[in-house]
Ligand binder design. Sequence first.
Ligand SMILES: [Mg+2]
Length: 256
Amino acid sequence: MPVKGVLLDLDGTIYEGGRAVDGAAEAIERLWAAGIELRFTTNTTRRPVRALVEQLSTMGIAARSSDVLTAPRAASRWLVSEGLFRVYPLLLEETWEDLSGLKLIDADADAVLVGDLADRWDRTRLDRALQLLLDGARLVAVQKNRYGCGPDGIEIDAGAFVAALEYSAGVDSVVVGKPNPEFFRAALEDIQLEAGEVVAVGDDLRTDVRGAQAAGVRGILVRTGKYRPADEFDRGIEPDAILDSVNEIPTWLGVP
Ligand SMILES: [Mg+2]
């Protein structure tokens, strides 16, 4: 089946450490020129879509807001579809603008939504979340990454706080960002294409490649960002292709 759509991870795939990967903007231009539908799919929970669009623009990539699917955006769609409208957010306020259709409250919550609070995690908020969970709120995680890469090196990520809340409340979380296949299905719905017509590209073997494959989407690993050579010898996950960088995607797809 010919490829009609590409889901592109951002951090580590389109840019690294705030700089565009060589040739990324040209590659995206070629894909758009060939009529391929693109979605920028990211688990980032620290910045709103608006800021990501601005960053892409400084890199010469003219993405529109509707071209970007962040985990908070996917989370709000999922919560609305489940009828969980009253939400206690453990997410940076900067990203609340992407939580459409929800009522953000700190009492009588249907769900506790956990993303990343960066350096604003505190005991008061975690205790509030725990109380709401013990009262029956669902625990919904935007992502469950163990650690990420910050300006000062490896840093603890939201997954550790999700695990803490699971442990204390005795509940399991629902993870709505990558690698949940639901996230990829939301992206497919967005671009109105079938799984077999789409490929996903990313630097994270588990989050990007395995997540996409679980939704029936071919997963391409790129050797940028958090890629490590050992990823190519993981027996559990076999990418549909491994390319040096996103700039090889158009040629791999046979796009002029
Ligand atoms: Mg990435």
